[in-house]
Write a protein that binds this ligand. Structure first.
Ligand SMILES: NC(=O)c1ccc[n+]([C@@H]2O[C@H](COP(=O)([O-])OP(=O)(O)OC[C@H]3O[C@@H](n4cnc5c(N)ncnc54)[C@H](OP(=O)(O)O)[C@@H]3O)[C@@H](O)[C@H]2O)c1
Length: 238
């Protein structure tokens, strides 16, 4: 059976690069998109792409389960649109709610081999149980403020918390934490177990590097085994 990857957020800046990378590697992609017209034109007609036009935030649980049933992996590049409505309007828990629903759907599908779930969050996300190096007081205050003022920041943390410390038999996960996103090509990117830079001195994560790592995760057994159940920080090398 051909592997199918379910891609969420495939019309976004990172999601588009992930879609391109997966298709270039010969992986079949099923993308749930709000509007097919937002899919990059040269990718939209790719024979390996199956487009499902629906809003993941309001997609019925049964339908999500149906779309997931034949997939070996799910990749989420969902993020709040950077507009006033996207940041402060509903759904405030877009990422966390979707992660919880994918997890439930996987449990209902009961796949023979656990479904791989790769979730894009941010370097602002903390590993639970204070597993990361402790951030400085200024940074902790800044995060507290940002999470209080901008719902998307806390949404990413909640999404990670949904998965952290658990591994239901139906689903294995990796939560990827990029730093400042930059639209740039591949570099010899580095993967870190924990936070390496201050939020005040951000590193960069190229879209192309993130896409490469995500595609490795869903296609390469060794890469998956290395990072499964972890929250790697990805930083590009200039
Ligand atoms: N900005 C940074 O420097 C930075 C750094 C690290 C991590 N991140 C995180 O990286 C993630 C992705 O970033 P990005 O810049 O690639 O995102 P993006 O370009 O804004 O794309 C967001 C994706 O989510 C979809 N989406 C947004 N609101 C939705 C809703 N209400 N319902 C359904 N789908 C919705 C968008 O669909 P449409 O095309 O239909 O709008 C799009 O496919 C975000 O979680 C962000 O927090 C960002």
């Amino acid at each position: 059976m051909n592997d199918v990857v379910l891609l969420l957020g495939g019309t976004g800046r990172t999601g588009t690069r992930v879609m391109e990378e997966l298709l270039n590697r010969g992986v079949s992609v099923r993308a749930i998109v709000r509007s097919e017209s937002r899919v990059r034109a040269d990718l939209a007609s790719h024979p390996g792409l199956d487009l499902v036009q629906a809003d993941i935030a309001s997609l019925a649980d049964d339908e999500l389960r149906r779309q997931l049933a034949d997939c070996t992996a799910v990749v989420s590049c969902l993020g709040h649109t950077l507009t006033l409505r996207g940041i402060f309007g509903p759904p405030r828990d877009l990422v966390a709610d979707t992660v919880a629903r994918v997890r439930r759907a996987a449990e209902r599908v009961r796949p023979e081999v656990p479904i791989r779930f790769v979730v894009m969050t941010s370097v602002s996300v903390n590993r639970p149980g204070r597993a990361d190096v402790r951030r400085g007081a200024g940074e902790r205050f800044y995060l507290w403020l940002v999470r209080g003022l901008a719902p998307p920041a806390s949404d990413n943390q909640r999404a990670a918390d949904v998965l952290a410390g658990s591994e239901p038999p139906a689903l294995e996960w990796v939560v990827v934490r990029p730093d400042a996103l930059v639209d740039d090509d591949r570099s010899d990117y580095r993967l870190h177990q924990e936070i390496v830079d201050s939020l005040f001195r951000p590193d960069t994560s190229h879209f192309a590097d993130i896409a490469h790592f995500f595609a490795d995760l869903v296609t390469d057994e060794e890469v998956w085994r290395r990072w499964r159940g972890r929250m790697p920080v990805i930083s590009s090398v200039r």
